[in-house]
Write a protein that binds this ligand. Structure first.
Ligand code: MG
Ligand code: MG
Ligand code: MG
Length: 303
């Protein structure tokens, strides 16, 4: 049995890609596969699952001794426990290549597109696998989420083409669906400060240290203005608890494409000259951690 798994603090793409890839492995390859997740789903993912009529994947424990297929990541720091004792048989991802290595040859589909589900859509075409409505909704939801309704600089023509076909299969009005999904994506109700930081937090190895960069997406800064102090305190706490040189959080206003980057830790001094105020800098025209914030941060932190 192959366990198909996305990254830690799973986003919609990690969940939807795992579910779709497991079905694709069964249909295209006749393999036994099951989707699992490294955590609970967000409200946004719950909305997509409900639209698709699909249950959330079970939470996985250690994958030691298991066959695994990775979706939406290739970084060890984002992998489940036991990954070094697991057999990685395949990868579907749209990030830079991370530090995963394998013992045996593997099947790796890594494309520079806006969403792992865009690759999966094309794999269905490649293997002549018909796409059922639930899978179409899952893939469409992930694509709209990851590309921030096609606004992110990570979005490519392939993502738009896939979404158009998937909306057709699912019988969904794409414009309405995008508006609905952006509303659930930016709804922070019921989330405490710690879960806002954890919502989309990623660990990155850097200069033999670990740092973390999270992201929350909002529709207006009014949603977070009164939470900034508490968020900063939480980031500071994470640095102390986990000996992190830097803990950062992108607060991204998807209506204006403006990101407030909050940061704490010893390496904050390296960002000081760019800061608007203590522990905060503003990035205009910035929606993407992968393509904009993280590459910039790596350059500035290294200099
Ligand atoms: Mg992801
Ligand atoms: Mg993704
Ligand atoms: Mg994302």
């Amino acid at each position: 049995m192959i366990q198909v798994v996305g990254h830690t603090n799973p986003d919609s793409d990690s969940i939807c890609s795992a579910l779709v890839a497991a079905e694709w492995l069964k249909a295209a390859r006749g393999m036994e596969a099951v989707a699992v997740a490294q955590g609970e789903v967000t409200g946004e993912t719950a909305f997509i699952l409900q639209q698709a009529g699909v249950e959330a994947p079970a939470i996985c424990g250690s994958v030691a001794g298991e066959k695994v297929w990775l979706v939406d990541f290739t970084d060890l720091s984002q992998a489940p426990e036991g990954i070094n004792e697991a057999e990685i048989v395949g990868i579907v991802d749209h990030h830079r290549l991370g530090d995963i290595t394998t013992v045996n040859p593997l099947e790796a589909w890594i494309w520079p597109v806006g969403c792992s589900c865009t690759i999966l859509f094309n794999l269905h075409k490649l293997e002549n696998v018909e796409i059922a409505r639930p899978q179409a909704v899952l893939m469409l939801g992930a694509i709209v989420s990851d590309t921030v309704a096609f606004r992110s600089p990570t979005c490519t023509e392939k993502d738009k083409q896939a979404a158009a076909v998937l909306a057709e299969i699912a019988g969904i009005n794409l414009e309405e669906f995008c508006a609905q999904l952006m509303r659930v994506k930016t709804n922070l109700e019921g989330l405490n400060i710690a879960s806002l930081v954890d919502r989309d937090l990623k660990k990155y190895p850097f200069e033999e240290q670990t740092l973390v960069v999270g992201q929350i997406e909002i529709a207006s800064f009014e949603q977070t203005d009164d939470k900034i102090d508490e968020l900063q305190a939480e980031l500071k706490k994470r640095c102390e608890e986990s000996s992190l040189r830097l803990a950062a959080l992108m607060v991204t206003n998807i209506s204006t494409s403006t990101t407030q980057l909050l940061f704490q830790g010893e390496w904050s001094s390296r960002l000081a000259e760019h800061a608007k105020e203590d522990g905060m800098l503003v990035m205009e025209n910035t929606l993407s951690r992968k393509k904009q914030a993280w590459p910039w941060l790596q350059t500035v932190l290294a200099s």
